[in-house]
Ligand binder design. Sequence first.
Ligand SMILES: *[C@@H]1O[C@H](CO)[C@@H](O)[C@H](O)[C@H]1NC(C)=O
Ligand SMILES: *[C@@H]1O[C@H](CO)[C@@H](O)[C@H](O)[C@H]1NC(C)=O
Length: 624
Amino acid sequence: MEKIEMFVLSVFLASLVIIPFALKTFSPYLWMDILYIADLVRIMVKFVSRRRRRPLFFVLDRFLEQTAAHPDKRFIVFENESYSFMDADRRSNKIANALQASSKYEPGCTVALFMGNEPAYMFTWLALAKLGSPVALLNHNIRSKSLLHCFSCCNAQVLIAAAELKGAVEEVLPSLREQGVSIFLMAKECDTPGIDSLTDQVEKASDSPLPHSLRSHITFKTPAVYIYTSGTTGLPKAAVVNHNRLLIALAVLSSNGVTSDDNLYLNLPLYHTAGFIVGFIGPIETGSTIILRRKFSASQFWDDCRKYNVTVVQYIGEVLRYLCSTPKRDNDKDHKVRLAFGNGVRAEIWREFLHRFGNIEVREFYASTEGNVGFVNYVGKIGAVGRVNFIHRKLFPYTLIKYDTERDEPVRDANGFCIESAKGETGLLVSKITDLAPFVGYAQNEQQTEKKRLRNVLKKGDLYFNSGDLLRIDKDNFIYFQDRVGDTFRWKGENVATTEVADILTLADCIKEANVYGVQIPGHEGRVGMAAVAVKEGAQFDPSKIFSHVVSYLPSYARPRFIRLQNAVEVTGTFKQLKVQLVKEGFDPGCIQDPLYILDDQVKSYTPMTAQIYNSIVTGGMKL
Ligand SMILES: *[C@@H]1O[C@H](CO)[C@@H](O)[C@H](O)[C@H]1NC(C)=O
Ligand SMILES: *[C@@H]1O[C@H](CO)[C@@H](O)[C@H](O)[C@H]1NC(C)=O
């Protein structure tokens, strides 16, 4: 703790020295830079003072503070329901008391939450925080093998599922029962043996507060939530978000000017960092009202904003793009939204968004679930994810290093050290692992955790977090996101792990090898999945069988949209699959001699790609 305090003090002193100096060297953004530093210092001071409190102070305690301060203030609005802070407090007490009364729940054990966006998601999380249980936020799109993997990789002993996901739970029920897992369904009744209904128990339970002693074992290092990210290999990884990190995350909205007067529109999945941390944890600090939606809908977006007096919206790149592609309406500028906060918006969409929907401040940021550095573009420079700031860089020492995309590894010099990229040059973002910028890693996956650690970067023995992202810093110190490296790509706001998809493809009878990658499509964010596959000797490529295989094992965003048949999957001298050339060649049947297929949901099969389909995709006639 002392180290952090010393650090904050020295940063504060450094800013006193630097500000007058910087004032002399005029920069158009100077005033905003100074405000940002002031914010940073304020956040650090608050964090440090909270860390000193006894008994220990956690995110739940901030929620309880808010409830005590204004019990009747609206906290969550969902469809036609509205819950005050006190309602949320009482509902979560009821859930906690119901669980505690059940012999199938051990206080403090890890619980996996398998639910879509609804208020009960938040009440249940609060309930489990009151009981001192870490919570694994399962993606509700995953099924079978992936579901079992995500469940067990964080050592969860209890599964709480939404009523509509009963079928998905039943699919894996025998394995769960074998592991002795307790399963609760958020329904008033359930006739499946081995699954207990919870809603009826909650209704009967008392709403009296839970004793603090239930969570007295928790320290800042205890896992608070597990959030899943797609890794470079294998199945999803559970990033451990401990209580320290969650406490820091409280500042995510308050540091961006959001206050208790704001209504925040939350339409991203709560199982992701964006939805959970920004959309749910952020408002706990600010005391804002959350306007919760089951899922994003471009056609409902502005009507909701008007209906609920939304002032702050959150986004991922796709959200703003979809909004811009809805038909223009006369009332496009008729709303109270003043701030859009998120990441992944392209410059051209950003401009169009402002032009069409009016004077909204877009605050683009860069961060990752498990990463130890983040940026925020606090000056509104279109296209940038942030700005290099001397003090921020002192606190979180990061740099960009040269990266060899062919070999898929950082470039090293004769002495074995990495080479920092010059201004204007694209490089891999790496960030020093320190007490203030720790990297906790993935649950029960030391191998993947180690893969994200980069050693001997600039000096012998130093240790950095490898973000896996390529960024660029321009001469005016703006930071731009360029691309991801390695074996993941993003599609429809989800990370897709190429090796996970390849593993699933090779489970199909006819496929010998598969090389999965993402290809860009004009007018779409991210990359759509494509696979180059080699068929087993003597076997035939069976498009409809592959279709049903892919559909039953992969969520829709991870399914390869295009399949390219090759005689053999090409590999490098070190047996790494060659992707760069394949990515470049894309899915144009005019350029590729190999047989090409496209996934066709209508005929439930892969059908041959034609020049006509290709043209219709690249000109935007056909939406993917
Ligand atoms: C909310 O709407 C649903 C239908 O959408 C209805 O069944 C329910 O009674 C309504 N609740 C309230 C409190 O109006
Ligand atoms: C939205 O704001 C208007 C005017 O300030 C107010 O009359 C209305 O009740 C508000 N609606 C909601 C849902 O808060």
